[in-house]
Design a protein around this ligand. Structure first.
Ligand SMILES: Cc1ncc(COP(=O)(O)O)c(C=O)c1O
Length: 463
């Protein structure tokens, strides 16, 4: 066989494999709304077939793909479907999924603009659009990371660098040993991953000042102590249980006047900024110094994808930039690795760009507002049937109690087993509750009705 014929064969085999993957993916997604949301015990048990020793010899890629499809696809949770309401997950917009495939084919290492100019440019443009739609200050710089945990870590690394630099200490060069003490404050209801991010930065849990919160988990502005010296105040847009927002306008002013850095964990709640209807909830959030959010949750792009934003130009690169003779990161174009903890990384921003491009400002607002309306619908229907809603449903999170803790747990188990939809549990201020988190582009009002009926059925049987 000559070189041209070999290349043609290779192209044919690659193309048919990719078409096969596309067909299997489309079949999977097409059937998702009709199958049980949770995988069957038999499908999960079937995964044991994969437990073999490392193959000694190659396998035809077509067989590799068919094995994955036959064994793993049935064992997936239907989080990409319209009736998964657990945690805060979200699905994947078709444009974002397709862009993800394309970007995977490009296989760009999105570290350096001079080496991968196409994706670096797309990411820079997407960041500009995000700053716009999220109503952040025009000076804001950002970074694409894996999720809100790393977005908090990245923004807080910039915060740590900046507050210590103002105190005359270079944390990048000298570390934390012997550094001026930094006071770090968070609400009692901060997400545990925020505390983890702080711990990774050397701010141990025992040294964090916890601010009192109200019945919805909002930091109480009157609980803010007098601030002095290097200080970082961490606030939250969207409590994981209630969806509530901290009072940014009341806290950002005094905190920043005292020289503190204000950071906001807005893993899903920051997206309220993209809707004029919802932005009253996040009023004043733009007064902070840095923000973290997820794209894989409410923006509905594929896992994993988070976003860190920092108001002060240069503060993010001050904490993140690296230089080495062999790395061509200098130049006029924004080089992504100057902003992220990683050097090498995939071009996550491509899917974010595609989601923003496909929805536009009005499509984004419609998706967020629809999910909030659907959350209110869940609450109204369940309250109407006599069950207690434990939170003020201000955003897309609903907490419902079915009576005693064991009764609520039985209902959650019955809902998951039934498979029409999937909801998880929590304990909110001592009360056991079922959590309903509405954050998928794919959820229709009919899906909400089907799910309400399934929950009420489970409650009647198990309550
Ligand atoms: C408020 C908040 N912060 C942080 C996180 C962590 O996000 P991730 O799992 O994307 O790292 C979550 C996850 O639900 C969250 O709700």
């Amino acid at each position: 066989m000559n070189a041209d014929a070999a290349a043609d064969n290779h192209e044919d085999a690659t193309a048919s494999l990719l078409f096969d993957a596309a067909r299997r993916s489309a079949d999977y997604l097409g059937a998702l709304g009709r199958r049980a949301v949770r995988p069957s015990p038999a499908a999960v048990a079937g995964l044991a077939t994969l437990e073999t020793l490392l193959p000694e010899t190659p396998t035809d890629p077509a067989i590799v793909l068919s094995e994955l499809d036959a064994l793993v696809a049935p064992a997936t949770m239907a989080t990409a479907g319209p009736r998964f309401f657990g945690f805060v997950i979200g699905g994947t917009l078709p444009a974002a999924l397709a862009a993800n495939w394309l970007a995977a084919a490009w296989d760009q290492n999105a570290a350096m603009a001079s080496v991968t100019p196409g994706v670096a440019r797309v990411e820079a443009i997407a960041l500009g659009w995000l700053v716009d739609v999220l109503g952040l200050p025009a000076t804001t710089e950002g970074a694409f990371v894996t999720g809100a945990t790393m977005a908090n870590f990245t923004a807080l690394a910039a915060a740590r660098h900046a507050v210590l630099a103002r105190a005359g200490w270079d944390v990048g060069a000298d570390g934390l040993i012997g550094a001026p003490p930094v006071t770090v404050l968070t609400g009692e209801e901060a997400h545990p991953t925020l505390l983890k991010s702080l711990a990774l930065l050397g701010f141990g849990r025992r040294h964090i000042v916890r601010l009192p919160v109200d019945s919805q988990g909002r930091v109480r502005a009157d609980g803010l102590p007098p601030l002095s010296g290097p200080t970082i105040v961490c606030l939250q847009a969207g409590n994981i249980n209630t969806g509530a927002f901290d009072p940014f306008a009341a806290i950002c002013g005094p905190a920043r006047e005292a020289g503190a850095w204000v950071h906001v964990d807005g893993a899903f709640g920051l997206w309220a900024q993209a809707s004029t209807q919802l932005a009253r909830l996040s009023r004043g959030v733009e007064l902070a110094d840095s923000w973290a959010t997820d794209a894989h949750k409410w923006l509905n792009v594929p896992y994993d994808s988070g976003l860190a934003f920092v108001r002060e130009p240069g503060a993010l690169p001050a904490a993140m930039a690296i230089t080495a003779e062999y790395l061509p990161t200098a130049g006029a174009a924004r080089s992504p690795s100057n902003y992220t903890p990683e050097l090498s990384r995939r071009a996550r921003g491509v899917e974010v760009w595609a989601a923003l491009r496909a929805l536009g400002r009005s499509g984004l607002a419609e998706m967020f507002e629809r999910n909030c309306r659907q959350a209110r619908r869940f609450a109204a229907r369940l309250a109407g049937a006599g069950y207690e809603i434990l939170n003020d449903v201000v955003l897309n999170q609903v907490l419902v109690s079915f009576g005693a803790p064991q009764a609520t747990q039985r209902v959650i188990a019955a809902v998951q087993e039934d498979g029409t939809c999937w909801c998880g549990g929590t304990v909110w201020h001592g009360r056991t509750a079922m959590r309903i988190s509405v954050c998928s582009w794919a959820t229709t009002d009919a899906d909400v009705e089907l799910s309400v009926e399934a929950i009420l059925r489970a409650a009647r049987q198990a309550g």
